[in-house]
Design a protein around this ligand. Structure first.
Ligand SMILES: [Zn+2]
Length: 221
């Protein structure tokens, strides 16, 4: 009796598994036997758009067929459209910086730059203010909203966090020598102070900057 029950249970599980597989195949979540897990899709995204690998290279790396790779290019681009736009934005920063700094630009390739930039997050390394708040304040300032922050310089700079060299005496733009800083901190630190000097000597001023921007921002929303 006990044995029979177990058999019934395992048959039920097997049927459940088959049904789940059928459902996933219909949804396109299983293609040619390859399960399209989120991790797998993220891997494809990175190989396509961050590392810029060719279809055949990806097929070899992931041990899957060329047709699975090629048929997923547009699907992945569509499904991760926000991330795709973010990568494009980062690529523009990368190319601009690379062509401007030439031999001092020491990031190995775009994927190294991408990983570094992702790790920086969206706050200024020095005053810890979120980029979104500064952007909003400047944007309102440009629209002549008195609650925003206004300066002619914001036509060219300020709306995004900028790449700052921690040690300005070291000309290198590299993973070890760069952080993201807001316009105010980057301008203030200039090429005089090192990261350590600026953080230590301007501790109170940095706290004030954080408070000032947050106070202004809270009035705006
Ligand atoms: Zn800052």
């Amino acid at each position: 009796m006990r044995k029979l029950l177990l058999t019934k249970a395992s048959t039920f599980r097997l049927r459940e598994k088959q049904e789940e597989r059928g459902r996933l195949e219909t949804l396109g979540e299983i293609q040619n036997g390859v399960k399209m897990t989120n991790q797998f899709k993220e891997d494809l995204f990175r190989l396509f758009f961050v590392e810029g690998k060719k279809y055949q290279e990806i097929a070899d790396l992931l041990n899957i067929s060329y047709s699975i790779v090629s048929s997923n290019y547009c699907k992945i681009k569509q499904q991760f459209s926000d991330d795709y736009l973010e990568v494009r934005r980062m690529k523009t920063i990368y190319s601009n910086k690379k062509s401007k700094q030439k031999k001092d630009f020491k990031f190995k390739d775009f994927s190294e730059f991408y990983d570094w930039l992702k790790k920086q997050g969206n706050t200024c390394h020095y005053c810890k203010t979120e980029q979104s708040k500064i952007t909003k304040l400047i944007y309102e300032g440009l629209k002549n909203n008195p609650l925003g922050i206004s300066s002619k310089r914001f036509n060219k700079r300020g709306r995004s966090l900028e790449i700052d060299r921690k040690d300005p005496l070291n000309a290198e733009y590299s993973i070890h020598n760069c952080v993201l800083a807001c316009y105010f901190c980057n301008n203030d630190k200039s090429d005089i102070y090192s990261e350590k000097e600026y953080l230590e000597n301007f501790k109170e001023a940095l706290k004030e900057r954080y408070k000032y921007i947050n106070k202004k921002y809270s009035k705006l929303i």
